[in-house]
Design a protein around this ligand. Structure first.
Ligand code: SF4
Ligand code: SF4
Length: 406
């Protein structure tokens, strides 16, 4: 495992301070890439030097899987050598470009409807994000370099690289939080042989001593165990000016909390295959009878957020955050994100593909109870919900139909 020590590359780059001391005739100005990313609709873009992830981060990941917290996601234990170093994922890689794309919905399902995680409202993000990243490569000097586009399809620690690219930080709820935008963002990466004349500084953690996501989680899937990792339950500022943190506190920000997927509804309702066990049913039942206190009317409630004064309220988002009523989630779970005060700045996405259909928004519980395979195919054509398949969605809906939860 490598360390984070400062070394000079063949281009004379000081890897600790992200500055290049040589002429770098072939290096790219990252501002060109960032400007084009913004033009293409991305919310944030940053660049980091490719190389091994920090030893602390890799160790936390290994502890997470050793503890079994990855549940049935056996693929998480594959290709760890590639996962821990994008230079092995793509030999010759010198940089990682990270982007974030806002998916906060333009319209929301009502509180009396069955809930889907926001990311699943529109078309499959894999296709949308990949197409935009291909455009980003084609319309910038990256076109002359070797590039590998990653959209949740390659063994790469995307939140680690997003934080290292300075576009956000990994929050206690294990999602990447982008200042002034929030965590309802998709992440994508371009691993590239291109070098940049300057790299972004990693972003510091701005969770402070807030614990609202802990409190909002109905199953206590989030813990502050020291043996932790930075894996997100679900699934970034143009931030060359991001503050630089001392490496120790920066690394601690990655590993201060842990997510147990075995208790997480995002995992259970999407990734888990087959019928639910009695233990899983008990978790669902408890969540229905446990009115999790995700938030109160005050944005910080005694928490010492580092940038408390920057957190503004935004009508619809704030309303969702303040709604403590239990939600009948049948696909995914957004509770720990809705509780996060940094999402009060969330604004609806302008990406047309992420707009929910009228048919989807108008579905009542009785419609879901009668869902045919044909209805399912029509509703979710080109959607990420296809991952759970018709039978899986019926299984989730049946939790509420058959009152299996007691
Ligand atoms: S997604 Fe839901 S179940 Fe999972 S950690 Fe967040 S609040 Fe808890
Ligand atoms: S609710 Fe948001 S700001 Fe608070 S600890 Fe969780 S991720 Fe951090």
């Amino acid at each position: 495992m490598s360390s984070d020590s400062s070394t000079l590359t063949s281009h004379g780059r000081d890897t600790l301070n992200n500055n290049c001391s040589c002429s770098c005739k072939n290096s790219i100005n990252a501002e060109i890439i960032k400007a084009e990313a913004l033009r293409l609709g991305f919310s944030a873009c940053g660049v980091a030097q490719a190389g091994p992830v920090s030893e602390e981060h890799a160790d936390a990941f290994l502890r997470w899987t050793a503890d079994g917290k990855h549940a049935g996601m056996a693929y998480m234990t594959n290709y760890t050598d590639l996962r821990f170093n994008p230079c092995k994922l793509m030999p010759g890689a010198r940089s990682v470009v990270s982007v974030a794309l806002n998916y906060y919905p333009q319209q929301l399902l009502g509180a009396d409807q069955y809930q889907f995680a926001f990311y699943a409202y529109g078309k499959d993000y894999h296709d949308v994000l990949r197409a935009r990243l291909q455009q980003l490569v084609a319309s910038t000097p990256l076109a002359d370099a070797e590039c590998r586009i990653c959209v949740d399809t390659a063994p790469i620690l995307e939140r680690y690289w997003a934080q290292h690219s300075g576009i956000g930080w990994i929050g206690t709820n294990k999602n990447l939080i982008v200042p002034h935008i929030g965590s309802f963002v998709f992440l994508g990466e371009i691993v590239t042989s291109a070098e940049f004349s300057q790299y972004d500084a990693p972003m510091t953690n701005h969770c402070g001593n807030c614990r609202r996501c802990f409190d909002a989680c109905p199953t206590k899937a989030l813990t502050s165990s020291p043996s932790s990792s930075s894996i997100s339950p679900s699934s970034s500022s143009i931030s060359s000016s991001s503050p630089v943190s001392p490496s120790s506190s920066f690394n601690n920000s990655f590993t201060a909390s842990s997510l147990d997927a075995r208790r997480c509804f995002s995992y259970l309702t999407i990734e888990h295959r087959g019928e639910y066990t009695d233990e899983m049913l008990r978790l669902f039942s408890e969540s229905m009878h446990n009115n999790a206190d995700g938030c109160t009317s005050h944005p910080v409630r005694g928490c010492n957020l580092a940038d408390e004064t920057e957190i503004a309220t935004n009508g619809e988002t704030a309303e969702m955050i303040h709604d403590n009523s239990p939600k009948h989630y049948v696909y995914g779970c957004d509770r720990c994100q809705l509780a996060c005060p940094h999402n009060r700045n969330a604004v609806p996405t302008s990406v047309a593909e992420f707009a929910p259909s009228h048919q989807f928004l108008s579905m009542k519980p009785t419609d879901w109870h009668q869902l045919s395979r044909e209805d399912y195919q029509n509703l979710f054509r080109g959607s990420a919900v296809k991952r759970v398949k018709y039978e899986g969605l019926l299984r989730n809906i049946s939790l509420f139909v058959d009152e299996k939860m007691g």
